[in-house]
Design a binder for this molecule. Structure first.
Ligand code: MIC
Ligand code: SF4
Length: 652
């Protein structure tokens, strides 16, 4: 049978079945590599530690530090020390602060075509640009993969995207993924792996491929990937990793579950408007809008190409007086290359007045560089959720580095084709300085290594099993597209508390309702109601862990985003959707809800659970998308509790 590339890699890693089952069936995959970043890593390793193993079972596992880098107090630095000592103790690679953003460094130094990667960050699919199946997940799933457990997920549909034609000058991979978002929306990729193929796919530069796969996360896709071809080979050669290259592609004539086509020749520069990555229009439709800030960087667009083209646009010119322009090299490697190349890229950026930041997530996650009140900020990033920039009423637009730099130059949103600057192709460098001094490799003899736990590292909370009856009030009712940035905000104030659940839980849902944590405490926990695509965005398991800590027992919505759904199950919160979506309208905050014989209902018929609204005297049917395995997890009170139960059974 002719296979897609996705099917080839999935079948080679399938543990749960002999052959790939129908879409939707739960599958277990063998994981070759894992990555964590500091904001999710501390929890992942606290959980890994609690499993009592001494070495990871994966081929390669890397712990990065890139999110929590402001260090305005001891918290960030405590986390870094903890992570470095855990990596040393258990034999993981440790990427030191300053080495770069996890997804940029991982593609440079570790990604391998045909392998699987699981990362505790939703943009892990970036590595798909190299022909790898790379999936984002919660920290606990990473801990389980480190322990040699399979990664469980629904068998995705494969969406084949045939790319034809060739990009015009000034049009980029970012414009391709923005077009995908315009067509499919932030829900369009749910339950799917997006596989790009065709002549157009091979014509795209390697950095364009990474950008497209990175922002496939915004489509809600499980992951995205490109074939591994001559350009992949050249990239790996430049990284001195030629031995890892293999050609990988779909068989000629392979069919996909779903198909679509994009003619690259017809694309123009695109831009996503506030506050969703799918609110996409052509740049020319809104050109002329004054801006106060422009930022090039983030794991989407901080490659050598992205900085090089920004420098070229700004060469010998000053940034517009009303604009603050920040620029982040995605890794130490990129930083060094712009400092040493023959175009004097870094020097011309400094001349133009760019504010060059250290290699980290920075403004993308609200760690500094908040824009002025009500201002427009154009960013080459991947997310523009309300308030994420650190300024509640800022208006963030997402575009290519080309559009971002052109706008910084002109002071207004500008199509790069309208600057009058002649086009110049800037690719990745063939000759790269490869220096892994900031990557600490695992050592053999680790028994004497002690783990360092500063005061910011708090023990994991433990949770009890699901009670017989679930009974509680509706703590909050929300609309569609609630993001994990709503549920558990990031930014300079909250991010440092990622390894301190009691402290961070005080920020749960405050973006939607500042009274939420107090109410949850006063009412002794309760339930959450929301609309479609609940929990889209980040992989942060704190968006499940903190509500659980505050006593949330069930989340009933119209539909879920994939990673958040898995995180809820991992922490023993019952996730469910309305069998009759109209029922959503009849529930209000404060209503008293009861699921009688919850344990029995979940064990016997999770697809049809009866829930009573005692306040309105109504009965609802809700459905929980639980597999057999997940039912046991929910009943036990979460994945860790379940794993413990299993271990006790084996001992007994
Ligand atoms: C993000 O972009 O939202 C983050 C911060 O990288 C998150 C992870 C986190 O919340 O720590 C992600 O995308 O998973
Ligand atoms: Fe970091 Fe932003 Fe990428 Fe998340 S999206 S990993 S915060 S750069």
């Amino acid at each position: 049978m002719k296979q897609s590339l996705t099917q080839k890699i999935l079948s080679a890693h399938l543990i749960s079945h002999d052959t790939l089952p129908a879409p939707g069936t739960e599958i277990g995959l063998r994981i070759d590599q894992t990555l964590t970043q500091d904001a999710t890593g501390t929890m992942a390793y606290l959980q890994f530690e609690s499993m009592g193993l001494d070495t990871p079972k994966t081929k390669v596992s890397v712990s990065y530090v890139d999110h929590n880098m402001l260090q305005t107090g001891f918290e960030n630095a405590d986390d870094h020390q903890y992570l470095q000592s855990v990596a040393a103790k258990y034999g993981l690679f440790f990427s030191r602060p300053g080495n770069g953003i996890c997804h940029q460094v991982h593609r440079e130094r570790f990604a391998i075509p045909g392998d699987t990667l699981l990362g505790s960050d939703s943009h892990t699919p970036t590595a798909g640009g190299l022909g790898m199946i790379a999936i984002g997940a919660g920290g606990l799933d990473i801990a389980m993969a480190l322990a040699g457990q399979p990664f469980w997920t629904g068998m995705p549909k494969v969406l084949g995207v045939k790319l034809t034609g060739k990009l015009q000058d000034w049009v980029t991979g970012k414009d391709v993924i923005l077009e995908m978002l315009r067509r499919l929306t932030v829900k369009g990729g749910t339950g799917r792996i997006v596989e790009y193929y065709g002549e157009g796919a091979h014509s795209l530069s390697i950095s364009d491929r990474f950008t497209i796969c990175n922002m496939g996360a915004e489509l809600g896709a499980t992951t995205s990937l490109f074939p591994s071809d001559e350009k992949t080979k050249a990239f790996m050669k430049s990284q001195k990793r030629s031995e890892g290259w293999v050609e990988m592609k779909a068989d000629d004539g392979a069919t996909f579950d779903e198909e679509m086509e994009i003619n690259l020749s017809e694309l123009e520069p695109m831009i996503a408007q506030p506050h969703m990555p799918d609110a996409v229009v052509k740049v020319r439709e809104i050109a002329g809008m004054p801006i106060a800030q422009a930022c090039v960087g983030s794991c989407t667009n901080s490659s050598y190409h992205d900085l090089g083209i920004s420098a070229y646009i700004l060469k010998d010119k000053a940034i517009h007086p009303s604009v603050s322009f920040t620029l982040t090299p995605g890794s130490k490697q990129v930083f060094e290359m712009i400092a040493r190349d023959s175009d004097m890229t870094l020097a011309s950026l400094i001349t133009s007045g760019a504010r060059v930041l250290e290699s980290a997530c920075g403004p993308c996650i609200g760690m500094g560089q908040a824009p002025p009140s009500g201002a427009v900020s154009v960013r080459s990033f991947n997310r523009n959720f309300e308030g994420r920039s650190g300024t509640a009423d800022a208006k963030v637009y997402l575009a290519s580095p080309e559009t971002t730099a052109a706008s910084a130059l002109k002071g207004v949103i500008t199509d790069p084709r309208d600057t009058g600057i002649p086009y110049k192709f800037i690719g990745e460098m063939d000759e790269i300085i490869v220096n892994d001094d900031m990557l600490i490799a695992p050592i053999e003899n680790r028994s004497e290594i002690a783990i360092i736990r500063g005061p910011n590292i708090k023990p994991l909370p433990s949770f009890t099993a699901m009670p017989e009856n679930l009974h509680g009030k509706v703590l909050l009712k929300m609309a569609d597209n609630i993001t994990t940035d709503h549920i558990m905000p990031a930014g300079a104030k909250v991010l440092p508390l990622r390894s301190n659940i009691p402290a961070i839980s005080e920020f749960t849902l405050v973006r939607v309702d500042p009274e939420f944590p107090a109410r949850a405490r006063e009412w002794g926990g309760g339930m959450i109601i929301a609309g479609d695509n609940y929990g889209q965005g980040s992989s942060r398991e704190h968006a499940a862990l903190a509500p659980r800590y505050l006593g949330v027992t069930a989340v009933v919505v119209k539909s879920f985003a994939r990673i958040h759904l898995a995180n809820l199950i991992n922490f023993g919160i019952l996730p469910a959707t309305f069998l009759n979506p109209q029922d959503y309208a009849s529930i209000a905050q404060g209503d008293e809800l009861v699921i009688e014989n919850a344990r029995e209902q979940i064990a016997d018929h999770p697809e049809n659970i009866t829930m009573l609204n005692k306040t309105k005297k109504l009965t609802y049917q809700i459905t929980s998308p639980l597999t057999e395995r997940q039912r046991h997890i929910i009943l036990a009170g979460g994945t860790l509790a379940f794993a413990k139960q299993q271990a006790e059974k084996i001992e007994a």
